[in-house]
Design a protein around this ligand. Structure first.
Ligand code: ADP
Length: 410
């Protein structure tokens, strides 16, 4: 508490105080001598009880030890965190894999723990990059093309920790690449679909111009009707492209309006009958009068019904019925449309809802199909928590149905 200097001052003060008290007590020489001796004895006790402070004028003594940094890899929470990570993660000490989470072991195998990272991740770009990590720890993300299998892409990042410890992060980009490919395929397909009727229109207009009014009436009429038909095809394609982008944008917005599916399907059938389509008279509706209340987007549900009914009209045989039914199945209502057509071979069924997928391209074009109808149906069905089923028998016909959840109180 006190150093030796301050304890000496305190001791001398005690002697002086003792002497003053002795003088005040009457100035008797014997009393003064006894009290001064007592003061000196007290001072000696105080002085002796305080340890001496060692001086270090040259400053040669070692500074107090600083706490050593603990590498993240050795922190008790690290293994816990690594195990929770879904993406593969490796902890390296001197380029040797010390820690690997489950995802990393699934990707690279259990043998990687204890192995050199360059043998654990066998990829030329990784090997080249990992041989430089000691020079510059802050390296960019690198692409591992065709890793671990052809057609896949992963990225790899490294974080430098204290000492030679490192964390390697691996991330699967294959799904993102597939989505990008789908997007660019879609643009290419849409452009191709638009270019075909456009080329026909330009060709016939040019021919008419070259004929300089010499075309006879029937030829001119035939050319004009082709131009009209191709322009209509383009218009339908643009309408379907806009629809699909709208329903895709709405994908995660659950409908909140109560609607009656019976009324929507009845309205759609009435519109198809009014549209003077060749097979409108073949529609056989078995809808009943009972309301089928559900949460829905009226316009989208109308479009879904329109697309499946008009497919049955397009691909069913002439003069055979197109049966449209509504039936309750517990807490759901099923809309089904059946036709008597050539049917669809089983290997095509899983791909029918892909954009621009057609079983028979020429047939689809000849009946004015765009290849987007069932893709739109699938999106609308998903948005309404519907379950889409396509059942077909070659030579007999097809039944397309969607089951929607009903409102709870119905
Ligand atoms: P499209 O505009 O070509 O009709 P869709 O997406 O509606 O496009 O349908 C995709 C393909 O599925 C069609 O091209 C057709 O080959 C097939 N298809 C759809 N509905 C039927 C059906 N009822 N009968 C037979 N084939 C069908």
């Amino acid at each position: 508490m006190f150093d030796r200097l301050s304890s000496l001052i305190i001791a001398l003060t005690l002697v002086a105080v003792a002497a003053i008290f002795a003088a005040l007590a009457g100035g008797d020489a014997l009393v003064i001598a006894i009290l001064t001796a007592a003061g000196l004895a007290g001072a000696a006790i105080v002085y002796g009880s305080v340890p001496a402070v060692r001086s270090d004028p040259q400053g040669t003594a070692a500074p107090p030890a600083e706490p050593q940094p603990v590498s993240l890899l050795r922190h008790p929470d690290f293994a816990h965190w690594v195990d929770q990570e879904r993406e593969p993660l490796l902890g390296l000490v001197d380029n040797i894999v010390a820690i690997a989470n489950d995802a990393a072991i699934r990707l690279l195998g259990r043998h990687i723990v204890g192995a050199d990272i360059r043998t654990a991740i066998r990829h030329p770009a990784a090997t080249e990059w990992l041989s430089r990590i000691d020079e510059d720890a802050a390296l960019d993300t690198i692409n591992l093309i065709d890793f671990p299998r052809p057609g896949q892409r992963w990225t790899m990042r490294i974080a430098a920790l204290s000492g030679n410890d490192r964390i390697v992060f691996l991330s699967d980009r294959s799904a993102i690449d597939a989505a990008d490919r789908m997007r660019s395929d879609f643009v290419a397909n849409a452009s191709h679909e638009l270019r075909t009727p456009l080329a026909a229109i330009l060709g016939y207009v040019e021919t008419l111009q070259d004929m300089n009014g010499d075309a006879d009436g029937p030829t001119r009429d035939r050319f004009l009707s082709i131009i009209y038909r191709e322009a209509g095809r383009m218009q339908q394609l643009v309408i379907d492209l806009l629809s699909i982008s709208r329903v895709e944008a709405d994908r995660f917005r659950r409908p909140t309006m109560p609607v009656d599916l019976t009324l929507i399907v009845k309205t759609t059938i009435a519109q198809l009958r009014d549209s003077e389509q060749a097979r409108a008279a073949d529609i056989a509706a078995k809808l009943g009068d009972e309301a089928q209340p559900m949460l829905g987007d009226e316009a989208q549900l109308g479009q879904l019904a329109h697309n499946i009914i008009s497919n049955a009209m397009k691909y069913g045989r002439a003069d055979t019925p197109v049966t449209v039914e509504l039936a309750r199945e517990g807490r759901r209502v099923r809309l089904s449309v059946s036709d008597e057509g050539d049917g669809i071979a089983p290997d095509h069924l899983p791909r029918l809802t892909e954009r621009f997928y057609r079983v028979d391209e020429a047939r689809s074009r000849s009946v004015g199909g765009t290849g987007l109808g069932l893709a739109i149906v699938k999106h609308i069905s998903e948005r309404h928590q519907g379950q889409l089923d396509i059942h077909s028998e070659v030579g007999r016909g097809t039944r397309v149905s969607v089951a929607f959840p009903l409102l709870p109180e119905s």
